[in-house]
Design a binder for this molecule. Structure first.
Ligand SMILES: Cc1ncc(COP(=O)(O)O)c(C=O)c1O
Length: 374
């Protein structure tokens, strides 16, 4: 009964929002996370905060499915790309990177800016990097120090087969560095079982928090690699941050309000259960794709690899993506996103990660349908 009342209150809160944010991040912030941010500050070095962190870290580990460290910095997802490079690699190291959209492409090019020898596994936008393609590039590359895998390519709504790609990388002796910005907390991800070495994400996606935190799981194997890295660093030093975490602290002054929000959001995830969170996202992804298909709108992701957290699709014939988005926003207040890069005007995107259920997605689909009728 109590659960039912709670669910009703939550649903009403969600439905009563004036502008529905259906972009793939920032996402709608969970109400408990909104409330948690109003808490007063506490001394960031002292018993209160260490008790808080000692409670927060196990929650983060549970969701990442790891017994190793999960660290939190003030920052956004992109910082996790750079931290991976500067902590685990040295100039000249060879890496293999999955590139099937704008985020995979950006991580690969940042690697080059840092002097890495980047070998790309490049696929057309909308397609997944399959194990066969990945294995070909890995074996042609020879001695590969690490792989950069974009688990969920937010620009195309494609989820790469991370488990299989990670297994190939481990066979080749490479560190497995994963961009899980739009998958962590939404799509199955088993850090320890799949031997992932670095799993980075940002608080503004399925974590149901405001932007501002970079969250990363790091394996003990990767921590040992920090000895040979050739880059200077302080703020983003993973080993020092892990040592602080061992003392239930952070290296520098933490963004307390955001950590309070994250803690509340993790409690909501724990209450639902991470596996149920994953299946809810799977169900919502199918719902959105089915409904857009019924409207005759073409999906971008190839069958079998469509994302459970974001769906990319072509706007109606004769409309640009931005005109379609703007008309929907003007008439209904619902915000959907446009595409990126070369697809900026030929693709729209609907985010369905985090604090979301069918009713608001049905309203989004109805808003799209309304424009088709208009
Ligand atoms: C897959 C992916 N990687 C990286 C990023 C960059 O994250 P941020 O904008 O938080 O730096 C994003 C942002 O949307 C993303 O979707």
């Amino acid at each position: 009964m109590v659960t039912q009342i709670h669910a009703t209150v939550e649903r009403d809160a969600r439905l009563s929002q004036g502008r529905w944010l259906r972009i793939p991040g920032p996402t709608v912030v969970h109400p408990n996370a909104v409330a948690a941010q109003t808490r007063e500050m506490v001394p960031h070095r002292g018993p209160l905060m260490s008790a808080f962190m000692a409670d927060l870290f196990p929650k983060l580990k549970r969701v990442h499915r790891t017994a190793a460290h999960v660290l939190v910095w003030p920052g956004s997802g992109s910082a996790g790309w750079e931290a991976a490079i500067t902590n685990f690699l040295a100039p000249g190291d060879r890496v293999v990177a999955t590139v099937g959209g704008s985020f995979g492409a950006r991580w690969a090019s940042i690697g080059e800016q840092f002097g890495l020898d980047v070998r790309r596994v490049e696929v057309e936008w909308g397609r997944a990097v399959t194990p066969d393609l990945f294995a070909d590039v890995l074996s042609a590359a020879g001695d590969v120090r690490a792989v950069f895998i974009t688990h969920n390519e937010t620009s195309t709504g494609v989820t790469n087969p991370l488990k299989e790609l990670a297994a190939l990388a481990r066979q080749a002796g490479a560190l497995v560095l994963v961009d899980a910005v739009s998958s962590a907390g939404a799509i199955p991800l088993e850090t320890d079982e799949w031997e992932l070495d670095w799993v980075l994400s940002g608080s503004q996606k399925a974590w149901m928090c405001p932007p501002g935190l970079m969250i990363a799981a790091v394996s003990d194997r990767a921590l040992r690699e920090t000895d040979r890295s050739g880059y200077p660093r302080f703020f983003w030093d993973v080993r020092d941050m892990a040592k602080s975490a061992d003392a239930s602290a952070t290296l520098t002054t933490p963004p307390l309000s955001l950590l309070f929000a994250l803690d509340a959001a993790l409690d909501a995830i724990d209450a639902e259960g991470i596996e149920r969170v994953w299946s809810r996202h799977d169900r919502l992804g199918r719902f959105v794709r089915g409904a857009l298909g019924d409207l005759g709108l073409a999906l971008m992701a190839e069958d079998g690899y469509a994302s459970a957290s974001v769906t990319a699709f072509a706007p109606p014939e004769g409309s640009t993506a931005s005109a379609f988005r703007d008309r929907i926003a003007d008439r209904t207040g619902i915000e959907i996103a446009v595409g990126q890069g070369a697809y900026a005007e030929t693709i729209n995107r609907i985010g369905h990660m985090g604090w979301v259920e069918e009713p608001e997605l049905a309203a989004t689909i109805e808003a799209c349908a309304g424009q088709l009728r208009a």
